[in-house]
Design a binder for this molecule. Structure first.
Ligand code: G3P
Length: 215
């Protein structure tokens, strides 16, 4: 799977989130793996009619009630999300909160992707039994150096330490080779943001990433 994190870039906000969602849907027609769009909460419903899976960037482990400012799982679901990132490097949570959020996602039927900064965290978070763990070294996020070229040994370790939980990797992923290398090292997919969002031609960039699945 190719998970496209829209983050909060100008290029992926509001109407532009919809345009990027359309690019994801277009490329996914001829891609042999799922492309998952991860827009900001308020943009989830803008992608609702597109033939593509949409995940939230975060949820809070709360029930409907008095939780001002929280992200209610039911609400992202009714907007059209079928999964969520948890503990992204840019939205870190305490381990107890990560566990409660994974439990809440499971209870509500949302696919969970828990982000981890190193193989040790992969091992720790695998105990919570999320659907996926995503290994992303924070220093390479948004950089021109991909995790697959700079840290192949750590990707292998992350896969091993995630145990039975399927592993994704991300940070600096931009090319077909980055994807094929990640798969070769044992990952089930990649997380990407700037490589697609800031590329100027998301359709071409997404096609390039999909080719990594065909090698
Ligand atoms: O969630 C994906 C992300 O953190 C990786 O970002 O910009 O390095 O592809 P980027």
């Amino acid at each position: 799977m190719i998970v496209v994190n829209f983050k909060t870039y100008e290029n992926s906000t509001g109407e532009k989130a919809r345009e990027l969602g359309k690019s994801c849907a277009k490329v996914s027609e001829n891609c042999s793996t799922d492309i998952i769009a991860v827009p900001q909460f308020q943009d989830i419903s803008l992608l609702e009619d597109l033939d593509i899976k949409v995940f939230a960037q975060h949820i809070d482990p709360v029930e409907p009630g008095s939780h001002t400012g929280s992200i209610l799982p039911e609400d992202v679901m009714s907007a059209g999300a079928s999964g969520t990132l948890i503990n992204h490097s840019e939205k870190r949570l305490e381990p107890g909160v990560i566990e409660a959020t994974v439990d809440k996602a499971r209870e509500k039927g949302l696919t969970s992707i828990v982000c981890a900064q190193n193989p040790e965290e992969c091992a720790e978070f695998s105990e919570f039994e999320p659907d996926y763990i995503a290994y992303e070294p924070p220093e390479l996020i948004g950089s021109d150096t991909s995790v697959s070229s700079a840290k192949p040994g750590l990707i292998k370790k992350a896969v091993k330490r995630s145990g039975k939980v399927p592993t994704l990797t991300g940070a600096g992923i931009k090319s077909e080779e980055d994807v094929s290398k990640s798969l070769e090292l044992g990952c089930e997919g990649v997380l990407v943001a700037s490589g697609v969002v800031k590329s100027g031609n998301p359709v071409e960039e997404l096609r390039e990433l999909c080719r990594g699945y065909n090698e």
